[in-house]
Design a protein around this ligand. Structure first.
Ligand SMILES: Nc1ncnc2c1ncn2[C@@H]1O[C@H](COP(=O)(O)OP(=O)(O)OP(=O)(O)O)[C@@H](O)[C@H]1O
Ligand SMILES: [Mg+2]
Length: 499
């Protein structure tokens, strides 16, 4: 069988750091080949060399059995390779049709009607139900991603690279992506797929290649291996799944939210979080969970209701006042909302402490705190002076987490604590959250990963369509019950009055 793509003995270093070491990778027509590895293992770097963004220091690459050199993404596209970027690469002001045909418009560039007619079949193929004349800036992230895929299809790409494509998609949208992936592979397209989610790999992948610390560990048939075996290949040891410690003593009420509403987003939200307690807002994406978190922090206004912190009413919270009162907020979209890309890891990590007015933190103390977080969170490379932009996506996430964890908050609001984080580091982050609760920090989090919700929470509040529809203690909770409440298949007796 001729392989669509084959990479052999690929090496790549950045300023002396050997990031890919003799890596091999191949792709067959019609397969989904997943690339797996811890944060910083070299996945994105490998993909970027396959797409002509980075030039490997050594190694060979062939497409359809022909040896090639890719000096730019243009070269890669000419070889039938497309990449769906995580930071989407569309032009927001242009229409769907213009974006799909970008760089490929031919003579139709000025004839909108004809362009749109030409693009329609591609939109149908990826199941995107928007008019081709719609400006891209009006689309959701998922729709924009579909536009990128439609563009790859329009260019007749035979090889499509997807780097963590599901990280901002809802469950329903993920299903839709699966369907498109299956249709593409049925037509002989080969797909390279990176994800930290084993359920996605199980649902889609034919083969899996594992990288560890830039080295090639092996390639296996997905059906022949268990998740444990894959994890072992990734981290080089077995991970022990720890259950949380839930004999925690909770203290006084720290956060008291009463009948909080914001028109169009959420209504009548009432709950409390105690010192030393982990409370999770569960529910489907779009249920209003992030909006509640943002309103409590003052990142967005609310229209009605009452927020009290340690018994004190906060009439109009703003991020600055909340921060001063000891409230931390770790946003969902950390890469965009949190990073100073050209600053060092240490600076990115100390920003909050500085903003809180602790400018006087002595340099030695600061260095010690940064080192502690680097160790605790397993940030790699473990170098406080590295420019954060040069860290892998997952490691950037860990720096932002570290920023808040070291800032000494009394109440921590965390949206999706482990998005983009690998399995091994997840365990570290869970242990840290347990620790904080143990020290009396109140934690209110939003998470879409049910095993994570069950692992961390003392109490679970389920939201649906802007309303609180149920509350489960840890003992009562199960994935089925949470999902039942989140989808409306089941109602909770305590809340039937509200629903
Ligand atoms: N431009 C660069 N300069 C220096 N080092 C870099 C650069 N780009 C990546 N690296 C380093 O290369 C290593 C691999 O990074 P890469 O982004 O490929 O990881 P990844 O497997 O995609 O991780 P994640 O799961 O976190 O996305 C990391 O240690 C990273 O710090
Ligand atoms: Mg990456």
């Amino acid at each position: 069988m001729v392989e669509l793509l084959s990479a052999q003995q690929i090496n790549k270093s950045f300023s002396g750091v050997h990031v890919l070491r003799d890596v091999q990778f191949s792709l067959r027509a019609g397969e989904v080949h997943a690339l797996l590895g811890e944060n910083g293992a070299g996945k994105s770097t490998l993909l970027k060399t396959l797409f002509g963004i980075y030039k490997p220091d050594s190694g060979t690459l062939s497409v359809n059995g022909q040896s090639v050199t890719l000096s730019s993404p243009g070269d890669a596209q000419a070889q039938g390779i497309a990449m769906i970027h995580q930071e989407l690469a569309l032009i927001p002001e242009l229409t769907v049709a213009q974006n799909v045909l970008l760089g490929n418009e031919g003579r139709e560039v000025l004839n909108y009607a004809r362009m749109e007619a030409r693009v329609q079949p591609f939109l149908d193929q990826v199941g995107l139900m928007v008019a081709p004349g719609t400006p891209v800036k009006r689309l959701t992230i998922a729709q924009q991603q579909m536009v990128e895929i439609a563009r790859a299809v329009a260019r007749q790409a035979r090889i499509i690279i997807m780097d963590e494509p599901t990280s901002s998609l809802t469950t329903h949208e993920i299903e839709q992506l699966y369907q498109v992936v299956r249709e593409l592979t049925a037509r002989g397209v080969g797909i390279i797929y990176v994800s930290h989610h084993f359920d996605e790999i199980e649902a889609l992948a034919d083969r899996v290649t594992v990288l560890r610390d830039g080295a090639y560990i092996g390639t296996v048939n997905q059906r022949d291996v268990t998740q444990e075996q894959l994890v072992n290949m990734m981290v080089g040891r077995n991970l022990v799944t720890q259950t949380g410690d839930h004999n925690r003593q909770v203290g006084e009420v720290r956060l008291d939210v009463q009948e909080l509403s914001r028109t169009g987003a959420f209504q009548d939200i009432t709950f409390r979080v105690h010192a030393g307690e982990v409370v999770t807002l569960a529910g489907l994406i779009g249920a209003g969970r992030t909006e509640v978190l943002r309103a409590i922090y003052g990142a967005d206004p609310f229209t009605q209701g009452k927020i009290q912190l340690d018994g004190q009413r906060i009439t109009r919270p703003t991020p600055a006042t909340m921060m001063r009162l000891g409230v931390g907020f770790i946003a969902e979209d950390r890469r965009h909302q949190g990073i100073v890309p050209d600053a060092k890891v240490s600076v990115n990590m100390m920003l909050t402490s500085w903003a809180k007015g602790k400018v006087g933190v002595r340099e030695g103390e600061m260095r010690q705190r940064v080192e502690e977080q680097i160790q605790q969170l397993g940030i790699r490379p473990a170098n406080a002076n590295q420019i954060i932009r040069r860290l892998s996506g997952g490691n950037q996430q860990k720096v932002i987490l570290g920023r808040w964890l070291s800032a000494g908050c009394q109440l921590l609001l965390i949206d999706e604590p482990t998005r983009g984080i690998d399995v091994a580091s997840k365990a570290d982050i869970y242990a840290l959250i347990d620790d904080l609760a143990q020290q009396g920090v109140a934690i209110l989090m939003v998470s879409s990963e049910l095993p994570e919700v069950l692992r961390l929470s003392d109490r679970i509040l389920v939201m649906r369509e802007g309303h609180l529809v149920g509350e489960l203690t840890r003992a009562e909770a199960s994935e089925e019950r949470i999902l039942g409440l989140a989808t409306g298949a089941q109602t909770d007796a305590n809340y039937s009055a509200v629903v």
